[in-house]
Write a protein that binds this ligand. Structure first.
Ligand code: ADP
Length: 427
């Protein structure tokens, strides 16, 4: 693998940066790592390249310092990114608002627009912008591409994307369902068609992305018709620290009765709700240990989690007019056979069954877990947002490259086909 073929993918959080250097053609990962605790007294980098792992702990003042450290380690481990260059950098950007719905070549104007969208995603977009600005300074000659978590859901049907509140207020404040985890839902639903060897246009799919954040989507013919996250990534399923759907009246009640302000409410809903709010832990493996030890609160948290999953499944099956494939992905979805079995228990009347041996197999590959010949295919498909971002980035910087056709098949989308290198559809 020469550096020329590789794309660096960056996912920048408020105090962390996840990165991967990979070949968008084959998916082979040359190196990957994580910078943590940026701005704290002692930061940390863990960098893996082949068999080699490099760990550093030292103060990391800001994102630029973190990336500089990462690029130094890259150079020491055989990838001189600044010198030899990489094909492109792909940045995960959480909120594209109404403005961005294609992978977009980053220019000064694009950075400014992403920054303006921070009102819609105050926890995410500012960190994404910091990561982009730092990378542009450190790798000035390398084209950079923003890939938006909301993009896949941009074209949701009007009835699915509209909140039934005063239409003028909604319009004035850009309030609509945007949806998140779009890169994952798009990639995974494309993989489902490949695994089943079916034309994606003929499939009605429900995809559950169950990680720390969790979301569900209903996809018909490769296009989403509904998704559980909304204006922000708070709506929908129960998550590690977010509760998903709640009665919005709870907010007014807390303001009046407990004198909560907006920050306090956001902290409650983002950090102290969901599995953590109910059980005290947010990691699913710890939750399982508590349940095994007879902890009633943990049991309830699990039951609420499964109850919500099933409610969305039922809704999406009706919206789709039936379902051909149900797929689980991300940390919990890929690893918890128990969640998969409980989410779909007792649904054989709908053609939905999980084969216990297939479900419990310690297989890491994309696979079927329904019994042979079952009317509804149930699958586990590992998500790979980095690969999807790398492919989108490469497509933007070299639209006529040989990998284009393969990319369409892999992502199962026409969205990438329209990716533009001119800064996207800016109003
Ligand atoms: P993120 O949203 O941060 O990308 P991940 O997709 O990595 O999250 O998912 C993290 C979640 O996956 C955690 O709750 C973790 O407990 C859960 N998880 C990871 N491995 C397992 C496992 N073997 N069994 C059950 N849950 C798991």
């Amino acid at each position: 693998m020469s550096n020329d073929d590789l794309v660096l993918v960056i996912n920048s959080g408020s105090s962390s940066i996840k990165y991967q250097l990979l070949d968008p053609e084959t998916g082979a990962v040359a190196a990957s790592g994580l910078v943590e605790r940026i701005g704290e007294r002692e930061g940390a980098v863990e960098h893996r390249a082949g068999d080699r792992t490099v760990r550093r702990t030292e103060p990391i003042a800001d994102h630029k310092a973190g990336l500089q450290l990462v690029f130094d380690i890259f150079a020491e481990t055989g990838h001189d990114l600044a010198g030899a260059g990489v094909r492109a950098v792909g940045h995960r950007v959480v909120h594209g608002g109404e403005v961005f719905y294609e992978p977009t070549l980053i220019t000064d104007d694009v950075v400014e627009e992403i920054s303006k969208l921070s009102d819609l995603a105050p926890l995410h977009n500012p960190a994404n912008v910091t990561g982009i600005e730092s990378t542009r300074e450190l790798l000035p000659g390398v084209p950079q591409v923003a890939v938006f978590d909301t993009a896949f859901f941009h074209g949701l049907p009007e009835a699915a994307r509209t909140y039934a509140i005063d239409a003028k207020i909604a319009a004035a404040h850009s309030i609509r369902r945007y949806g998140f985890h779009g890169t994952s839902h798009e990639y995974v639903s494309g993989r489902v068609a490949e695994v089943l060897d079916r034309d994606p246009n003929t499939l009605r799919q429900v995809v559950f992305h169950l990680g720390n954040g969790a979301s569900a989507s209903a996809i018909r013919g490769g296009q989403p018709i509904d998704t559980s996250m909304g204006l922000t990534p708070l709506e929908g399923l129960v998550m590690g620290t977010r509760g998903g759907d709640i009665d919005p009246g709870i907010i007014g009640h807390l303001v009046r009765s407990a004198h909560f302000d907006a920050d306090r409410i956001e902290e409650l809903l983002n950090r102290n709700s969901g599995i953590k709010g109910l059980s005290g832990v947010n990691d699913f493996r710890e939750l399982q240990r508590l349940i095994d030890a007879g902890d009633d609160a943990a049991r309830l948290a699990y039951d609420v989690y499964i109850h919500r999953l099933r409610r969305y499944l039922g809704a999406y099956m009706i919206e789709l007019g039936g379902v051909d494939a149900i797929t689980f992905t991300a940390g919990v979805g890929e690893n918890s056979a128990q969640v998969r079995a409980d989410a779909l228990a007792g649904l054989s009347g709908f053609g939905i069954e999980v084969d216990p041996a297939r479900n419990n197999a310690a297989d890491r590959a994309a696979r079927l877990i329904s019994p042979p010949g079952a009317p509804v295919a149930v699958l586990v498909v590992p998500t790979n947002e980095e690969l999807a971002i790398a492919r989108a980035a490469r497509q933007v910087v070299s639209p006529s490259s040989g990998g284009v056709r393969r990319q369409h098949r892999m992502t199962g989308t026409k969205r990438v086909e329209h990716a533009r290198a001119d800064g996207g559809d800016m109003p």
